[in-house]
Design a protein around this ligand. Structure first.
Ligand code: T4K
Length: 414
């Protein structure tokens, strides 16, 4: 249920007014498949009595993903973080890997688990991604690889990074956790670098509840990926430095197959909401939506907005506090940057004050609700609220009630 729009600042929920949404609006996808299709897929699993260890659904999903992305191999894993770890082991990396600090913590955590040292790189203020120009000075004789991140589904500096890696004899792989269904130069993301790693978490446009996969065109690397992820002899078996159980289950694959079929429709539904947000936000100085190249395929999975206090009158955290009180559970991805989060800030203190662009973005960006639980009407209400806040900024300026803790993981039940 939604309530009347705000007329005065005392109507704001942070100041005791009634929240705009009584059912909280989340960031995240959760476009669940129709129950009957899910049920019949699960019935098959029960009938076969075969639940994991490279069952027919996992194999089918791998084949369909490879076909969809135009790559020779897609190797399914239990989740995106473990897929990153497995990829690093399959590449047999040593020493240091250059990675952006402005990413989800899992990117860097996976490197540590693979026994590698992340070297944190700053990002470009406009694209939010790492560029070859920023990476080049960080390469030393300890560097074995570059791990780019296609943040928000927008490709990072792929071609310059490919030529830099080639010139310097480095491995190049990409964290494509956000980029299922996205393209670069009209080629699907999945075929760049030595490998690309995707997440199929519940909050992703392509979801298996939990899940992930690695794509590659290199047969030798695919054999290594399949061997690292597995504990037994049912698959390809080559010499690798370490192995683990990273297998995707049949239940995950069932969801993943239905999710893959729905990906175009999910991306289109996200785009409708994205366009509605852009229409609402464009008249509001200081609240700038992230833009996409409309000539490329995008999944519009994250509704990213940059808050500029000088123009809109509020810090990002103040806006997020006001929104949370209204039941709009905006998120501050990614605050702080990975370089400031333990254990990285303790192990690698040299990066803590060295990444000004990452620090700035992590203070200014927020994600607005998107996905199955959000309608275009909801987006208009969020837009009206933001417009109301912009108009009242002089009245609210300096009001200490705007400042205070911001929940990192709002659930709407606090
Ligand atoms: N690389 C990058 C760049 C990534 O962004 C990620 C993951 C990875 C690697 C690693 O991939 P995985 O190992 O996760 O496959 C969430 C996701 O758990 C994570 O997958 C994602 N990135 C990250 C950006 O977001 P949290 O801790 O923020 O999730 P959580 O539980 O707070 O959920 C976010 C919102 O979604 C909530 O406000 C509520 C909603 N939600 C969530 C779940 C799980 C639901 O409505 N239902 C649900 O079932 O990490």
């Amino acid at each position: 249920m939604t309530l009347q729009p705000k007329r005065s600042v005392s109507d704001l929920a942070l100041f005791g007014g009634t929240p705009l949404f009584t059912e909280p609006k989340h960031v995240g996808q959760l476009y669940l498949p129709e129950w009957s299709r899910f049920e019949s897929s699960f019935q098959g699993i029960f009938d076969r009595g075969y639940f994991t260890n490279h069952g027919p659904l996992v194999r089918q999903l791998e084949e369909r993903l490879a076909g969809y992305l135009g790559v020779r191999h897609a190797v399914c894993m239990v989740n995106g973080t473990v897929a990153l770890m497995v990829a690093a082991k399959a590449l047999d990396l040593k020493g240091e890997v250059i990675v952006p600090a402005f990413t989800f913590i899992a990117t860097a955590q996976a490197l540590l688990w693979a026994g590698l040292d992340p070297v944190f790189c700053d990002v470009d203020p406009v694209t939010h991604t790492m560029t070859a120009e920023r990476v080049a000075p960080l390469i030393t004789d300890k560097t074995s690889a570059i791990l780019g991140v296609h943040l928000w589904g927008r490709p990072c500096d792929v071609l310059p990074l490919e030529s830099l890696a080639r010139d310097r004899g480095l491995a190049l792989f990409f964290d494509a956790a956000h980029a299922a269904g996205c393209s670069m130069g009209n080629r699907m993301i999945g075929g760049f670098g030595h490998m690309e790693i995707f997440s199929m978490h519940a909050t992703k446009a392509l979801s298996a509840g939990e899940g992930g996969f690695v794509t590659t065109d290199d047969d030798r690397l695919a054999d290594r990926l399949r061997t690292v992820r597995n504990f037994h002899l049912s698959e390809t078996f080559v010499k690798v430095p370490l192995r683990i159980n990273a297998k995707m289950s049949e239940a995950q694959a069932a969801l993943g197959l239905l999710g893959l079929e729905s990906l175009p429709a999910i991306s289109a539904a996200n785009k409708v909401l994205y366009d509605a947000y852009v229409r609402c936000l464009s008249p509001l100085d200081g609240l700038s939506p992230l833009l996409f190249d409309e000539h490329e395929a995008n999944n519009y999975q994250y509704m990213v907005v940059e808050v500029d206090k000088n123009l809109c009158g509020y810090t990002r955290d103040q806006v997020v506090r006001l929104l949370h009180a209204e039941g709009i559970l905006a998120r501050r991805y990614f605050t702080p940057g990975a370089h400031r989060i333990p254990p990285f800030c303790d192990r690698y203190p040299r990066f803590v004050e060295a990444l000004p662009v990452t620090d700035g973005l992590s203070e200014r960006l927020m994600q607005l609700p998107l996905g199955q639980g959000v309608s275009s009407g909801d987006v208009e209400k969020v837009g009206d609220l933001l417009s109301f806040l912009r108009e009242r900024r002089e009245i609210l300026e300096g009001d200490s009630r705007l400042d205070g803790d911001v929940l990192s993981h709002p659930r709407g039940t606090e």
